[in-house]
Ligand binder design. Structure first.
Ligand code: PRP
Ligand code: URA
Length: 208
């Protein structure tokens, strides 16, 4: 699957293993989510367009570059929130557009509850931030919302995926590349990723 990029970076593998550990407390969990988001967003933004720019240095003139595309970070509430700050520090001019979705525990279907997108798109590239791709329903619904908004270039940045979620997302949105840290074995009968890391929202926010 050419659009499914599973990071092979040793730092990602190391931090993901610590993230999964049941003994990792919420403070450390939040730090790891933040750091992993930076590393994965670094990979996801490798093809951002640049324009040339010349700057004076103390020693002369340097020919360099600046970002030519406006980037939007789209965290999916709640768990995607923890992925924003680190990525934002790398791209301080990015806009942040929150999308609120939760899974109905019985049907596992996403229920949308928050979206304040303006009428037309204000960014060139959207990075959807959500740590967990389980059934794929939430990510697919988020991308539906962004496409209806008019977003043309969308990338999904997550931490852990189930094969079922990868299959759904690549089927529903074959134009959207995925940048993730790992694909696990399967979903269990209540829609959790196995071995996974548990509930990413609860582990970040100390709830549940
Ligand atoms: C989690 C996660 C994703 C979703 C993934 O959110 O952050 O948004 O589940 O599952 P899916 O691929 O089957 O749709 P959750 O619904 O638990 O909401 P929360 O982040 O508010 O706890
Ligand atoms: N959401 C989570 O937070 N964890 C899972 O394993 C599946 C969905």
């Amino acid at each position: 699957m050419p659009h499914v990029n599973v990071s092979q970076h040793p730092l990602v593998k190391h931090k993901l293993t610590r993230l999964r550990d049941i003994n990792t407390n919420p403070k450390m969990f939040r730090e790891l989510v933040r750091e992993l988001a930076i590393l994965l967003a670094y990979e996801a933004t490798a093809d951002l367009l640049l324009t040339e720019r010349t700057v004076p240095t103390p020693m002369g003139v340097a020919h360099g570059f600046e970002l030519a595309e406006a980037v939007g970070l789209v965290p999916v509430l709640r768990a995607g929130l923890g992925m924003v700050e680190g990525v934002w520090e790398m791209m301080p001019s990015a806009e942040v557009w929150h999308i609120g979705l939760f899974r109905d525990e019985r049907t596992l279907k996403p229920i949308a509850y928050y979206n304040r997108l303006p009428i037309s798109p204000t960014v060139d590239v959207c990075l959807v931030l959500d740590p967990m791709l389980a059934t794929g329903g939430s990510a697919s619904a988020t991308i539906d919302i962004l496409k209806k908004w008019g977003a043309k270039k969308i990338k999904y940045v997550g931490l852990l995926a189930a094969p079922e979620g990868v299959a759904k997302l690549t089927h529903d949105h074959p134009d959207v590349p995925l940048y993730i840290a790992a694909i696990d074995e399967r979903l269990n009968d209540i829609g959790y990723i196995v071995p996974g890391l548990g509930d990413a929202g609860d582990r970040q926010f100390g709830t549940g």
